[in-house]
Design a protein around this ligand. Structure first.
Ligand code: SF4
Ligand code: SF4
Length: 185
């Protein structure tokens, strides 16, 4: 089953991002990325028993330490994928037809998936002055559920594998999970 998930667009934007959180995390994201990706691959092959419960217990601590409004890296360096229902809801909110909305803001991905994604990065709906989303109440499902931390690891392990480089919350969760699973043995 295909999973709705943002795609990285711009590694240059990542390198240039000056958000408070990314400035703090950038060296760790780079240094630990190979190690964490190997760890996630291992978990995908042989997930420890109770992994979803362990993840659920770690999530509140992650959100206590990681504040998205100090980051917005996902909106600056990745594109959400837009489902038909997202396009209908957002275009209505903006007072546009779906076709006009697509023409103005979106393009269809090449290759097999053919998902609808942003034409530009950072996302056109991100207010750069305060990292807030201008269409927050109607944002794409992919945005409201990102970074998909509380879903079954078996379904979203590959997504964490991708996002560990871009999202400090994913980085924190996977680092803490690594620590816990290695402590348990
Ligand atoms: S729609 Fe809003 S939440 Fe989604 S990427 Fe754009 S600015 Fe971010
Ligand atoms: S979800 Fe991740 S990348 Fe997006 S703003 Fe929050 S911490 Fe940053």
């Amino acid at each position: 089953m295909r999973r709705n998930n943002r795609r990285p667009i711009s590694s240059r934007a990542m390198a240039n991002s000056n958000s408070t959180l990314i400035r703090r995390y950038r060296p760790r994201l780079r240094k630990d990325r190979p190690l964490l990706r190997r760890f996630i691959t291992r978990l995908q092959k042989t997930p420890p028993r109770g992994i979803d419960a362990t993840i659920s217990a770690l999530i509140p601590g992650v959100w206590k330490d990681v504040k998205c409004l100090s980051c917005a890296n996902c909106c600056k360096t990745m594109s959400p994928t837009y489902l038909p229902a997202d396009m209908r809801r957002i275009s209505k909110y903006l007072g546009m037809t779906v076709n006009a909305f697509k023409d103005k803001y979106l393009e269809q991905e090449r290759g097999a998936a053919r998902d609808w994604m942003n034409r530009s990065t950072p996302c056109q709906f991100l207010r750069l002055s305060d990292n807030k989303c201008r269409i927050y109440s109607v944002r794409p499902l992919d945005c409201s559920t990102f970074p998909h931390l509380g879903v079954r690891f078996a379904d979203y392990g590959h997504v964490h594998h991708q996002n560990v480089e871009y999202c400090p919350a994913t980085y924190e969760l996977m680092s803490r999970l690594k620590e816990v699973t290695e402590t348990i043995g």
